[in-house]
Design a protein around this ligand. Structure first.
Ligand code: ZN
Ligand code: ZN
Length: 540
């Protein structure tokens, strides 16, 4: 694979004399497979120079794919200026994380509204297909793409690309879950271990390295990594080369040189074979298969384009927070995502809610002696129907893994202080993961039979049917065996109905989405569930 950096700056473009060597343009990477498949990862302001190159090479009849990590400005500002999108006859597929309530297309169209830009997204003359992704895998020609949520202030996907016998991973913007790791200390465990598994044995890891370990304490919760963490991760995950990127706009060329020299000296001291470099705008990296090791094959897979709306329609979150102000803020955040909130104050109430509502996520506060989140977590885990299934996010003042958190069954942490955006993103990621797990279990085993010569999209779904029977590559606590056989039948119908609706109406709008979701929920509910839903609507 051939990788070229067209933008390596983070957060905001920073042109000027102090950034001429590493470059001032924001994230954009061009990746070409040996067979010539074109993938662009993120399209920040660096996308403009790439656009010029493609146009000067004759952009007619161009076919390409754009993977968007998230829709923060520094990752999408090149799109309105990406000329190949405006050339008739070109075909582009744009991929990005599926949101709750807003499609990728709508999010991208937002920055091209009349107030911000003179041309709308609809006026692009190329044929553009939009793909809303969750965690999973899909294929772009011969390239296998895997996605995984990163830890950021907006829902963000990391991308792992495997082809030509090598693996290239892009992980921007990402903050380690453990603050100790951000400061350059501590062990890779819990959710950080999951991230390490995603980048495992990559031939090239392109990783967020916006801050240094010294700077990090003042930047906690901003959603970015320190250089020291990116290097530690590379060593731990047996990566061959790490490209440090998303350079801080305040870091000039000389400062990046000094940083790199310091890191390399330390690696030499430790006799590490890891090759670390700082990404330079315009730089080309040829990623060739090494004789010793190829990319690690990943176990079970889930189709990243699986429509999960039917599952999302039923989502609810359990909440136990002592601080009233925080509880109100959380309720508001969760409701804004269109998710039902259930507050509980004691374990008996929790048991009843779990039995009746089968929530998708529990958020517990742990601040003893005022409130014991660990006790509540243990009570949830003791539920007969739980079996470590429900994801439990613990809100705490500090990482408390040592004091029995793992034994209590805590899935993830929200360490104070955190912003609303950070909490909201974490809730989104867990709700979407649980919805995926629910759909994974709902795929009928024989779905792939009886679909003769399907379209590309249907082919992807057929593969999903096969993959759905396999185990998750990185299973999450709290997501297995959630449904009774009755529900599986109901959700099977939902998935199929949703698929057919998408086939006849490929352009989703929130109204279309909600309406179809509602119709499917109604059509697939059992009579008793329907009666319950109606009485709930009537306020009984
Ligand atoms: Zn960014
Ligand atoms: Zn960002």
């Amino acid at each position: 694979m051939r990788v070229q950096f067209w933008g390596a700056r983070g957060s905001i473009a920073k042109p000027g004399p102090s950034t001429t060597r590493y470059g001032g343009n924001t994230s954009c990477i061009e990746i070409r497979s040996a067979r010539g498949t074109l993938i662009i990862v993120d399209c920040g302001t660096g996308g403009h120079a790439l656009s010029e190159k493609l146009m000067s090479a004759g952009a007619k009849g161009l076919r390409g794919h754009i993977l968007i990590s998230h829709t923060h400005w520094d990752h999408i500002q090149g799109i309105p200026f990406f000329a190949p999108l405006f050339v008739p006859g070109n075909e582009w597929d744009i991929y990005g994380p599926k949101g709750l309530g807003q499609s990728l297309r709508e999010a991208l169209a937002g920055q091209m509204q009349y107030t911000y830009f003179p041309v709308t997204l609809d006026q692009c003359d190329a044929k553009i297909r939009y793909h809303d992704l969750v965690e999973g895998t899909f294929d772009i020609d011969e390239i296998k793409v895997s996605t995984q949520y990163l830890n950021h202030t907006a829902l963000t996907l990391g991308y792992r690309l495997e082809a030509d016998g090598v693996a290239v991973v892009y992980a921007c913007d990402h903050e380690p879950h453990s603050r100790m790791l951000g400061c350059g200390h501590g062990e890779i465990t819990g959710q950080d271990l999951r991230h390490a598994e995603f980048v495992n044995c990559a031939d090239l890891l392109i990783h967020d390295a916006q801050y240094t370990a010294e700077e990090y304490p003042a930047k906690v919760g901003w959603g970015h990594s320190s250089v020291e963490y990116a290097v530690k991760l590379g060593q731990y995950a047996k990566v061959k080369r790490v490209a440090l990127t998303h350079h801080d706009p305040l870091r000039d060329d000389d400062a990046i040189d000094r940083l790199l020299a310091r890191i390399r000296a330390k690696l030499r001291e430790n006799a590490s074979s890891l090759d670390v470099f700082a990404a330079v705008e315009g730089q080309v990296v040829e990623v060739a298969q090494s004789p010793e090791t190829g990319p690690t094959p990943r176990a079970g897979e889930f189709q990243a384009e699986m429509p999960i709306e039917p599952a999302l329609a039923e989502s609810s979150v359990l909440l136990r927070i002592a601080d009233r102000k925080m509880a109100a803020a959380f309720s508001e955040i969760i409701r804004a995502e269109g998710i039902h909130v259930e507050l509980f104050s004691d374990t008996d109430e929790a048991r009843t809610l779990i039995a009746n509502d089968r929530p998708w996520l529990a958020i517990l506060e742990h601040d003893p002696p005022r409130i014991d989140g660990m006790e509540a977590c243990r009570a949830i885990r003791e539920q007969e129907n739980d079996q470590e299934q429900l994801p439990v996010v613990m809100i705490a003042a500090q990482e408390d893994q040592a004091s029995g958190a793992a034994a209590a069954g805590v899935t993830d942490w929200l360490i104070k202080p955190f912003t609303d955006a950070y909490a909201r993103t974490k809730i989104r990621a867990w709700v979407l993961r649980t919805a995926c797990q629910s759909m994974r279990e709902a795929i009928p085993e024989d779905e792939e039979r009886g679909l003769a010569r399907p379209s590309v999209h249907v082919q992807q779904r057929r593969r999903a049917g096969v993959r759905a029977r396999e185990s998750c590559p990185m299973p999450q606590k709290g997501t297995e065996k959630r449904r009774s056989p009755e529900d599986v039948i109901s959700a099977d119908k939902s998935a199929l109905l949703w698929m057919y609706c998408r086939e006849i109406a490929p352009f989703e709008t929130p109204i279309f989405s909600n309406k179809v979701g509602e119709l499917i929920a109604r059509a697939t509910r059992s009579p008793s569930e329907n009666a319950r839903a109606i009485s709930a609507k009537l306020g009984h």
